[in-house]
Design a binder for this molecule. Structure first.
Ligand SMILES: Cc1cc2nc3c(=O)[nH]c(=O)nc-3n(C[C@H](O)[C@H](O)[C@H](O)COP(=O)(O)O)c2cc1C
Length: 186
């Protein structure tokens, strides 16, 4: 699909003629394949969670990760207030969790999530059980990012286990295809 657009220059050539730059932005963004993670935090008696695809392993020295979360979300408020959070990278079998924590309002509960057991590691933030990998963070900086807040976290503990990731592409969840068989020399 031709989804080219430039600010102040619509309509466009091709099937997307008449589309806005924001439409083209969304189409382009759907072509970016990511893993899927859940950001979790605790504040007072409440726990918070949000499905994200914006995880970035930002820096090795110091050890930093970032996630961009909607600036007005309850989770962003909890992280700002508490200063600790975790990012759990979902495995292929955890699509139901990704869907659950992407539903508006579903990522907020008293004391604990009924759909997902958690544990604590270094900071005391909830970490989802049975994930492919996790990062436990202390909030380092919050950067402005338009309607999102970029949470930069200093990693205080992290680990990974075996398994395949949950993948997100063009608005749908996918699994990794097995690697192609090595070609045989004639
Ligand atoms: C695969 C996937 C990735 C997402 N990535 C992000 C993200 O990086 N940042 C974000 O703020 N929202 C992201 N969302 C949307 C949030 O998960 C969703 O809007 C939010 O959890 C709704 O809950 P709330 O209204 O209680 O905040 C993503 C959703 C899906 C399905």
């Amino acid at each position: 699909m031709n989804a080219r657009a430039a600010e102040g220059r619509t309509p466009l050539l091709g099937p997307r003629a008449g589309g806005t730059l924001a439409d083209a932005f969304r189409d382009a963004a759907r072509g970016w394949t990511t893993g899927v993670a859940v950001v979790t935090a605790r504040h007072g008696d409440e726990v918070f969670a949000k499905t994200v695809s914006s995880l970035c392993t930002l820096s090795l020295d110091p050890l930093l990760v970032s996630v961009a979360v909607s600036a007005r979300s309850p989770l962003a408020g909890a992280v700002r207030a508490d200063g600790r959070y975790a990012v759990s990278v979902l495995a292929g079998h955890q699509e139901p969790l990704a869907r659950h924590f992407a539903a508006p309002g579903a990522g907020r509960a008293l004391t604990a999530f009924t759909v997902a057991p958690t544990r604590t590691e270094a900071t005391g933030a909830p970490v989802l059980e049975d994930c492919l990998a996790w990062f436990d963070c202390r909030l380092h900086t919050v950067l402005p990012g338009g309607d999102h807040a970029v949470l930069v976290g200093r990693v205080t503990a992290a680990d990974a286990g075996p398994g395949d990731p949950l993948v997100y592409h063009r608005g749908g969840y996918r699994a990794l295809a097995p690697p192609p068989l090595p070609s045989r020399e004639p």
